[in-house]
Design a protein around this ligand. Structure first.
Ligand SMILES: [Zn+2]
Length: 281
């Protein structure tokens, strides 16, 4: 496996990258409008009922018997611009959350024929802007795709990516698994980490790839939302995935009793305005 794949592309201009994202998003109309997300935020912005936390603050905090403790989580997947809008709208209401950046997303970078996986430096301002608002940036783990699809060593890539974030002034302590196309083949990004208790070898394109050998600790990761979710009843895990596509998020939130810890997950791609086609700083 390639141990030196992580590279930084400093040539691609932001406008070209943004246009690529916009073209991609055309094929993915949202199930909800951005205004729907603002309604959820207005609900959450009541400190007498909700204590809203970033993953880094949530994972080991005891429940508050007087309030609902909410981990506000965003898997950015392929829509970083709606993520930035969300980040602003939350900060305006005094709410802070975690945004997980996906290394295999269209905005993140590109795999080149020479075996390098080049991260677009032109997007770094966006992650820094989200962090500067007070939110947490985390890694949206897709090591499985990097390993199987591109023959990239997951341990080396993760180490090098974290060093790059560090150089950008972004501190990372959370990792959250992405549901990749390999889920359909019976695999899961979670299993890359030993903490999930799965270990094995997968044969892909004639080559054997091990999983379950990395640990969260070796990268300084302090939590993984799916480990937290294991201890959470289903009704306390609220997301925009599922048959209602997030339309019932607000009512499910309102139905939560005080004293519970809850995880509220949104994917920005499901909350962009359909007519919004211009992206920029
Ligand atoms: Zn994802």
């Amino acid at each position: 496996m390639n141990t030196r794949a992580f590279a930084v592309d400093r040539e691609t201009p932001f406008d070209r990258c943004a246009a690529r994202v916009a073209a991609y998003l055309q094929d993915f109309p949202s199930c909800n409008a951005f205004g729907g997300y603002l309604k959820i935020l207005d609900e959450l912005a009541d400190p007498s009922r909700y204590r809203v936390l970033r993953g880094m603050d949530f994972w080991n905090v005891p429940a508050d018997p007087e309030r609902v403790t909410v981990f506000l989580r965003h898997d950015i997947d392929n829509d970083p611009f709606t993520a930035l809008r969300m980040a602003h709208a939350e900060a305006e209401r005094g709410l802070f959350s975690t945004f997980y950046v996906l290394p295999t997303a269209v905005y993140y970078g590109i795999f080149r024929r020479d075996g390098r996986y080049c991260r677009y430096a032109c997007m770094d301002w966006l992650y820094q802007a989200i962090a500067a608002l007070g939110h947490e940036i985390g890694v949206h783990n897709d090591l499985l795709t990097l390993m199987l699809e591109y023959d990239i060593s997951p341990a080396e890539f993760q180490t090098q990516e974290l060093a790059y974030y560090h150089a950008l002034g972004i501190r990372i302590c959370g990792v959250c698994s992405h549901g990749s196309r390999f889920n359909a083949l019976g695999l899961n990004n979670m299993w890359m980490f030993a903490e999930f208790g799965r270990k094995g070898c997968y044969t892909y394109a004639g080559k054997e790839y091990p999983y379950g050998e990395l640990t969260l600790e070796q990268f300084g990761f302090r939590y993984e939302p799916y480990l937290l979710a294991r201890e959470m009843p289903k009704e306390h895990r609220i997301s925009d995935i599922g048959p209602d596509h997030g339309r019932e998020m607000l009512s499910r939130l309102q139905a939560l009793p005080c004293g519970v810890k809850s995880m509220l997950l949104t994917h920005p791609i499901h909350w962009k305005d359909q007519t919004r086609t211009e992206y920029g700083k």
